[in-house]
Design a protein around this ligand. Structure first.
Ligand SMILES: [Zn+2]
Length: 282
């Protein structure tokens, strides 16, 4: 029987997420909040028996000889094996996926550099006995997709689908405003289909769960709950169709989340065609 699936994926990156756009405020929140956020999420997932995919930057398990930006926060915003340990030791099984080795932007690098980064990420997973099967492109720059299958990756999350994406063509500000408006409205996220692409499966994202910092506080938690309940109902009504979503930062903590970006996806196992065990396919 075909079954629907809700996928939650989280981009775990700490300071690597903005190495090219340094922000002292952001780095400070990484240092202060990241561990709390990860532990809060794991606790919540345990309470509800939820498995998520934590796509982590390989450097969190492989200390860089020097860090891209000099800060006062020490190495803990660049190197955090304890976070990976927490995820591996969670009572409810969690999947560790990849968010690249050094958070490089695949849309801006050549094939050789992309392959080198993927190989390095794969080596980190292998050294630590972690499966290498799910991938999230840094900053959602989907490129060199054929390489994913070559290094053994089975599934990747791709960009959001929804009316608000069209607004992005008018400029970054319009895109951000439309995205925020979409999250404020209790309307269901888009229904999407997982599809085979090269040697892997692409799972688009339906919606982003925003952290409650800055203007994002305008997004009421009740609207988020209604939106996702409607999404599940719509998926159920459409049988084998899939809904996939992307949650940037999580709104599950009272304090604003910082460097953990998350993504949720509803998908059909048949459409994914992979063993459904991860955020990207569960
Ligand atoms: Zn990222």
């Amino acid at each position: 029987m075909d079954r629907g699936a809700l996928t939650i994926s989280i981009d775990l990156e700490l300071a690597w997420g903005i190495w090219d756009k340094p922000s002292n405020d952001y780095f400070g929140r990484c240092a202060e909040l990241e561990t709390h956020i990860v532990e809060s999420l794991l606790s919540m997932f345990d309470r509800h028996g939820v498995t998520a995919t934590w796509a982590f930057v390989g450097r969190l398990l492989d200390r860089a000889p020097s860090f891209p930006v000099k800060t006062d926060h020490g190495e803990k915003i660049w190197y955090a094996p304890h976070l990976i340990d927490s995820i591996r030791e969670a009572r409810t099984e969690q999947e560790l996926g990849s968010h690249s080795f050094e958070h490089v932007y695949f849309g801006t690098i050549d094939r050789q550099a992309a392959r080198a980064d993927l190989d390095a990420a794969r080596a980190v997973h292998a050294r630590h006995g972690i499966e290498f099967r799910s991938f999230v492109f840094p900053r959602n720059q989907v490129a060199h997709v054929d390489l994913l299958g070559e290094v053994g990756l089975r599934v990747f999350r791709s960009v959001d689908v929804g009316w608000f994406m069209a607004a992005g063509r008018l400029g970054p500000a319009a895109g951000m405003a439309a995205n925020l408006l979409d999250k404020m409205l209790a309307v269901p996220p888009s229904v999407v289909e997982a599809r085979r692409r090269g040697g892997t499966v692409e799972l688009p994202s339906s919606t982003l769960l925003l952290g409650r910092n800055g203007l994002r506080r305008l997004v009421r938690p009740s609207a988020v709950v209604v939106k996702h309940a409607l999404g599940l109902r719509r998926r159920a009504q459409r049988g084998a169709c899939s809904i996939s979503g992307s949650i940037r930062r999580t709104s599950t903590t009272r304090r604003s989340a910082n460097s953990a970006c998350s993504s949720a996806s509803w998908s059909s196992r048949r459409a994914c065609g992979t063993r459904a065990r991860s955020t990207l396919s569960r």
